[in-house]
Each structure stands twice: as structure tokens, then as C-alpha cells.
Design a protein around this ligand. Sequence first.
Ligand code: IPE
Ligand code: IPE
Ligand code: MG
Length: 246
Amino acid sequence: MAIDNRIPRHVAIIMDGNGRWAEKRGRERVYGHKEGAESVRACVKYAIEKGIRYLSLFAFSEENWNRPQEEVEALMSLMLKSISDETPLFLQNGIRFRVIGDFSRLSEKLRREIDDCMKLTEPNTTLDLIIFLSYSGKWDILQAVNRYVADLYGKDGGGSFSRSGGSVPQLDARTLSSYLSTAGIPDPDLLIRTSGEQRISNFMLWQTAYTEYYFTEILWPDFRTTEFQLALDAFSQRDRRYGKVK
Ligand code: IPE
Ligand code: IPE
Ligand code: MG
């Protein structure tokens, strides 16, 4: 029987391997992305079943903007379609849909669809489904520091701290966290990466300081409930010490 006595509150996934999955079948990469969307659906359903409270999915990185325009466009259209198709399901299942990332690079139409869905599902409390889109960990830390500095000085130097006066207040960990785009969301307990790559690829850098990592060779379109359960089983065996002696 599966071991699932220690369920992580927050699971983050780097959904990788769509392109290779399609190429192995002699198909276009986009075919892999479409099948990957099915894995998202399966994992969201399973996360709710398992009582996971936050599910973060890395869907498109800042660096992914450097892919061929055709693939970028296909990914953005798929995102738009998925949100509009899935909104009723989010509402039926208590899912709060959230998107985190650099919105300035998204199309007006996609931004509107995201905003609408986020507002509609805001009161939901069963599962926070957080999509990282046009996101990078370095971007997040930089935007946090820049907003902190802007709040300190104010846009025209008229903030709570004057440019000429005294030393700059030290930025502490709690304050920086409160400026990150993930403010209010607990740090991930478990980070899964599919497709055999063992790197973080500029995902949540600050937030994963004490996250448990789980790497699998399985390509994202093949990552469904059985694979998800294996990751949860592995997590339940981990001994999280946070630098202390037990
Ligand atoms: C993950 O699959 C999806 C995105 C990064 C958008 P990839 O498209 O990276 O697939 P591979 O890694 O090339 O197989
Ligand atoms: C990481 O996958 C980003 C997402 C899954 C959205 P990539 O395929 O972009 O990562 P690298 O290039 O192999 O590091
Ligand atoms: Mg990849």
C-alpha cells in the first residue's frame, strides 16, 4: 500500500520534457505541450484528493521567451484556452487560480483572462493552483528589492526614508519574503522535476532554501497519478532537519 501519512502542504513542479515526449513520437513539440496540459489536469485532481493545499506549476520561464516565436505563441494560446476551459472546474472544485510572473510581457488578452479567472476564484480555499508564467527566481528577487527600495524612498524621494538622511534600514529575510511575488504563500515542501534534468532552471530560488527535491526520469506528459504518488511516498520518507541535530 502507498505510504502517504506525511502530505506536503505545498508541492511545486518543474514540468519538463514535453518536447522530448513529442519528438520520441515523431510529432511537433506542441503536441507534447498539449499532452502536458492533461498531466496538469490529472495532478490538480490528485492534489485535491491528497489534501495538498498549494500546487505551484512552472509553466513558462523568463528564459523560455528565447524559444522560437512559433512555440512561444503556441504555449501562450494553450494557456489562454486552458484557463477559459478550466474556469468552471476551478469554481466547482474550490480551486483558487493564481498566476505569478512578469505580466508586462503577456498579451493584453491573456492578462485579462488571467485577471478574470483570478478574481472569480479568489474566495476558493480547497487548493491554490499557482501557475508560474514568464517567471524567474532572479526576476522575483529583483522586483522585490526594487519595490522595497521604492517604498523606502518613494518614487520622487518622498517615501518613509529620505535620500539624504542616515543609514539605509537593513533588509531582513521576513521583509524580503513579503515583497516576493509569492508573499503569503508558504515555501514549497516538495519540489518535483520531471524529464531527468537535475537543475532548478531559475525557478523559486529564495523560496526553496529548505525544500525537498525529487527528480524523476519520467517526461511531464507521462507524469500522472501513479508518478505523483511515488513522489509523495519519497517525500514521506525524508527527514527534514533544517540544520538542527535530531
Ligand atoms: C517543458 O517542456 C515545458 C516548457 C518549458 C514550456 P519542454 O518544452 O522544455 O520539453 P523538453 O525539455 O524540450 O523536452
Ligand atoms: C524549465 O524547463 C522551465 C519550465 C518547465 C517552465 P526548461 O526546459 O526551460 O529548462 P532548461 O532549459 O532545460 O534548464
Ligand atoms: Mg525542457
